[in-house]
Ligand binder design. Structure first.
Ligand SMILES: [Zn+2]
Length: 192
């Protein structure tokens, strides 16, 4: 993080609480006044709010970016049925493997979607790889913030529902999907 550049008074930890509607009274007032004056916190608030919207869209709209038919639903059903059976270490490892496969699948899908748009496969693919890795670097910071937001949400779910490892993995899955959607959105933007 770049804490050194930040004013110590910046209430970064309050941003998530604010978005969750957990700030009240004096706390809420102080936060809103600060965000009105502080560009950095206003930007941070905007980023986190957009991320929450992205996650919402990813979870409520099954095909926001024309993914293959039923892709999200099928994957989610598989993930759910797998996660619901997590009991021992072996099954937990299988769930982690599933997450890794989902991540690989997501990136493969991105590549497939991209190559269907172009007609000079090899050269364009190399350019695409370079561009995608650029985007990856650009989104790493956003992804970090997203992870913090999601871990927060998950933490609360675990508190409300102890032993919810499945929820944690489901959240990781949602995070992977939202990251994929962001990459695709950025890619389309970069094309224009
Ligand atoms: Zn600030």
């Amino acid at each position: 993080m770049k804490d050194a550049a930040h004013d110590n008074a910046c209430p970064f930890e309050d941003i998530a609480a604010y978005l969750d509607g957990e700030l009240h009274g004096e706390e809420l007032h102080i936060f809103e006044v600060h965000v009105e004056m502080c560009k950095e916190c206003a930007g941070e608030l905007r980023t986190q709010r957009q991320l929450l919207c992205t996650i919402d869209v990813a979870l409520t709209d099954p095909m926001p970016f024309c993914l293959p038919k039923d892709f999200t639903r099928v994957v989610a059903v598989h993930a759910e049925s797998d996660l619901s059976r997590i009991r021992n270490r072996t099954e937990r490892r299988r769930a982690l493997q599933l997450c890794a496969m989902l991540a690989l699948g997501a990136f493969g899908l991105l590549g497939a979607a991209a190559s269907s748009l172009v007609f000079q496969p090899v050269r364009t693919l190399l350019q695409l790889v370079a561009r995608v890795s650029d985007l990856l670097w650009q989104t790493t910071y956003d992804a970090g913030i997203g992870l913090v937001v999601i871990l927060r949400m998950v933490g609360r779910s675990l508190f409300a529902n102890p032993g919810g490892l499945g929820l944690l993995l489901a959240a990781l899955f949602a995070f992977a999907i939202s990251l994929l959607l962001r990459l695709i959105a950025n890619y389309h933007r970069a094309q224009i």
